[in-house]
Design a protein around this ligand. Structure first.
Ligand code: IMP
Length: 194
């Protein structure tokens, strides 16, 4: 048997980080299917419009790259760098923007793609910042929605899943910059951050 490959029917790679996961919330197959469905919906809604899909670095990069390959209408892509977490599982509430857009979004339809809406302070900040650039429209797409922790009135126009108030990692989401490479979303064992 090839080293590192589980002897199971789905032939998933065995990750070192698997040992840090309490339980798997969404498998790769569930994520693939949800992202494909969302891509179809977005494609229908934006057909014939000038669409710019914006990836919020770094957490949404995997979701974003899968999502845009399921968007069949013409679109451009761009990246914005913003974060509200240092190395803790609680938001500091202070948003650090470290990369602005490269494209001009004036009069274009912008879809912001985020990994998770938690307090939504990051998204609130991005909405205000991007609205100042006068886009024709601005909508929010998130992979996960952790509604129980919302602190500002922001809701997603498109989303894959609601999640409970637990710290999740994988499929781009990290703790202290680790676990982003896991192909599934799992709940991190509390001993890893307590
Ligand atoms: P918000 O500003 O509180 O909504 O925070 C959003 C950001 O916090 C996300 O883009 C994530 O980077 C991070 N975050 C919130 N909850 C989690 C989680 O459960 N796992 C990993 N990152 C999270």
């Amino acid at each position: 048997m090839e080293t590192g490959v589980l002897d199971n029917p789905t032939n998933h790679i065995c990750f070192e980080a698997d040992a840090s996961i309490k339980s798997i919330l969404y498998t790769k197959e569930e994520l693939d299917s949800a992202v494909a469905n969302l891509g179809k919906k977005i494609s229908n809604d934006y057909k014939g419009k000038e669409l710019i899909v914006v990836c919020v670095l770094k957490g949404s990069v995997i979701f974003f790259s899968d999502l845009i390959r399921n968007i069949s209408c013409d679109c451009k892509i761009d990246f914005i760098g913003a974060s509200s977490y240092g190395c803790e599982t609680q938001s500091s509430g202070i948003i650090r923007m470290y990369k602005d857009l490269d494209l001009d979004i004036k009069d274009k339809h912008v879809l912001i793609v985020e990994d998770i809406l938690d307090t939504a302070k990051t998204m609130d900040y991005l909405i205000h910042m991007l609205k100042g650039k006068k886009p024709a429209g601005l909508k929010i797409c998130t992979l996960l929605d952790k509604k129980a922790r919302r602190e500002v009135d922001v809701s997603a126009d498109y989303k894959c899943f609601d999640v409970a108030n637990e710290f999740v990692v994988g499929y781009g989401l990290d703790f202290n910059e680790e676990y982003r490479n896991l192909p599934y979303i799992g709940i991190l064992k509390e001993e890893k951050y307590n």
